[in-house]
Write a protein of this length. Structure first.
Length: 69
């Protein structure tokens, strides 16, 4: 959901969610899902990365971590 607009996204699809518009997502698959989120830096220093990802882990389980390179 982006503002009042909703999208059904098939495998391999994408959605652009512009900053400043409330957005949300729901995963309705019964199986494992891969989700890639690409974000730009905040416009203002006080908006920081921590505020963007603060609630992600509260909504689901972390099932993998990046490999150390």
């Amino acid at each position: 959901m982006c503002g009042e607009q909703t999208f059904d996204v098939e495998e391999g699809g994408f959605v652009f969610l512009p900053r400043g518009i409330p957005h949300d997502y729901r995963i309705r698959s019964d199986g494992p899902v891969r989700l890639l989120v690409v974000t730009a830096p905040p416009r203002e220093p006080g908006e920081g990365w921590g505020g963007f990802v603060g609630g992600f882990e509260a909504d689901g389980d972390v099932v993998s971590q990046p490999n150390d390179a």
